[in-house]
Design a binder for this molecule. Sequence first.
Ligand SMILES: [Fe+2]
Ligand SMILES: [Fe+2]
Length: 271
Amino acid sequence: MTAILTRPAWTTDLELEIFDKLLDKYAPHIPKKRAQEPRSPETDEERENFYRFRVAGAAHDLFIVQVCAKIIDSFADPELQLFLSRQIGDDGAHAQNTRLRAQAISGHDPIEDIQKQVQKHWDYMGDLPIRNWQGFLAFELHYELHIVALLFINSRTSKINDPDSAKFAAERILPDEAVHRLGVVDWWQRKFDQASPAEKEDLIAQVIEADEEGQRRRNPYLRDHWQLSQKAIGIEIDDLPVLYDTWRQEVLSYFLDIPISRLPKLVSVND
Ligand SMILES: [Fe+2]
Ligand SMILES: [Fe+2]
């Protein structure tokens, strides 16, 4: 039996368990459940900040669509193609819903603002997402799995939201994103399971290298985005760096099937 079969499956329950363990250790004052229901943005300034936050959300999803659409045909793996086609459809629908909500709130179509932000993702990520399978896997890790610490913090500490966006997120985005994270884990495990022990060492080193490059490329964006999230929806960001870094360690440890103590010292979001 391989080590992978002895481990629990990657599920949303496991994510919650891991995240709450990190909270206990690094930020016990952050509530495990939301303390107050968010309210709608009220002033012009709040609506403007909320608009920028929504544009950033739509750009995240549209960037995923553009990357996956560019790369889908370079994989000769029909299982992976089916997963990516679902991801393209889902994240496209998320971007479109967010666009329409931003339009309802601002009174104008934000598509040009969204595409400008998508271009920023291309600028800072460079060719990493479409360079090779290692770069694409690192992209999927960063855009689907490493961001989960932020999503947990949002869901517990945000103070401003739009009810229609919240409803769509609960009914559609959350279940879709769980499928996406699982799809990435499945693809990787099929690849990893087939490798010999020596090949596994090699794969681990390749994935860490690409993931570290992704982290270095994303750091300025992440820090800016967290500031915007604090300003626009009122989340608590003081503990995000340590929660982000330790969450990412947990994801890589699970993925690569090695204990955290055996991971190399990783790039921090603060580097
Ligand atoms: Fe999405
Ligand atoms: Fe997604």
